[in-house]
Design a protein. Structure first.
Length: 135
């Protein structure tokens, strides 16, 4: 009789442990969903890139473009994190604009296109089912 009780107790402990593990996994996946990045507004580097490249007929090599952006960000007291990090961020943002066909790259020169004005406008959020049913 004692062996049956210990076997039932061991089985119950196993199922309780399994539930604890399942709850733990559920909470981990729930936390991952909540911490996912959402679409944010454009940052200061993108704003300055758009402002400089929006000038009619102006095309810049990256070094010239970065020097202008760096000076403008210093005036706004927004050039933090070091010059090299800022250079990397600016280059990454510029390449992103090129891939979105908002900036044209010819050789080593970059020129803003008409679509560049849309770079600062955030994309409209995807409507939820509740909003769709309410409309």
């Amino acid at each position: 009789m004692l062996d049956k009780i210990s076997a039932v107790s061991a089985r119950d402990d196993f199922f309780n442990d399994t539930r604890d593990v399942q709850c733990y996994i559920y909470h981990l996946t729930d936390m991952q969903r909540k911490s996912a990045f959402s679409r944010r507004l454009p940052d200061l580097v993108t704003e300055e890139l758009v402002a400089v490249l929006s000038k009619k007929g102006a095309s810049f090599e990256f070094k010239q473009l970065f020097d202008i952006i760096h000076e403008r960000l210093k005036k706004r007291n927004a050039a933090s994190g070091g010059e090299e990090m800022l250079r990397l961020r600016a280059y990454e943002k510029l390449q992103h604009l090129v891939s979105r066909n908002m900036v044209k790259k010819t050789g080593k020169k970059y020129k803003g296109l008409a679509a560049l004005a849309n770079a600062l406008v955030p994309a409209e959020p995807i409507p939820s089912k509740a909003a769709a049913e309410a409309a």
